[in-house]
Design a protein around this ligand. Structure first.
Ligand code: NI
Length: 215
């Protein structure tokens, strides 16, 4: 079995029983996004990108109590990856976290690609699905989850590093705006007059959410 297949199997086992936002399926989507970006950008080391994408949540602090990327490092060591490459992969992994890297551009192209790949999975249709799944898990209803779009998700398209990810993010962003507009139309209009106003893009002041979203 080659190291990529072994890494897929490793994360599948690692995330066993985790149905939240950071599960094996998320990891595989990030991996696919990363390969897509890598192929179009034609820069960076493909194996470093692939392994960093597959291992990017292997030491997520919300799920694992490891220090210094222990899970990722022990996987790489057991598959004979040399220390130079290991450091490059770990650096890329560590540049992914949104909260720890806000506004910081990763130093390496591999880090930039994997960060983009992870952020793409937070927006668009999958981003919408993950937001409500996470909200439900934490006892939040739909309206509370909507706030997360304004706090984070609608900001992500402007934080992409690569041209390929920027183009992918534009499409996903437009889809979220369309969703938010329709959500507001369906949930905020209480009378037929409101509905008319909502349809024409104007909503009265007493409504808690703006119908037209910036972006
Ligand atoms: Ni992730």
């Amino acid at each position: 079995m080659d190291i990529i297949e072994a890494a897929k199997e490793y994360v599948a086992n690692l995330f066993l029983g985790n149905a939240g936002g950071h599960d094996a399926a998320h990891t595989l989507r990030v991996y696919r996004n990363a390969l897509m970006i890598e192929e179009k950008e034609r820069s960076g080391d493909p194996e470093t990108v692939a392994l960093a994408a597959l291992l990017h949540d292997a030491d997520d602090h919300k799920l694992f109590h490891t220090e210094n990327n222990q899970n990722a490092r022990s996987f790489l060591a057991s598959h004979g990856v040399d220390s130079e490459k290991t450091e490059r992969i770990v650096a890329a992994v560590n540049s992914v976290s949104f909260s720890r890297n806000r506004g910081k551009r990763p130093d390496t192209i591999e880090g930039q690609i994997v960060q983009d790949a992870d952020r793409l999975d937070a927006i668009g249709a999958i981003g919408i699905a993950r937001t409500f799944a996470y909200g439900g898990e934490h006892g939040r209803g739909p309206d509370d989850s909507i706030a997360h779009f304004h706090e984070k998700l609608l900001l992500l398209k402007d934080e992409m590093n690569t041209e390929t990810a920027k183009a992918m993010a534009e499409e996903r962003h437009a889809f979220m705006l369309a969703f938010l507009k329709e959500y507001a139309r369906e949930t905020r209009a209480e009378t037929p007059t409101d509905q008319k106003a909502a349809d024409s893009g104007v909503l009265s002041d007493r409504k808690p959410f703006p119908l037209t979203v910036k972006g």
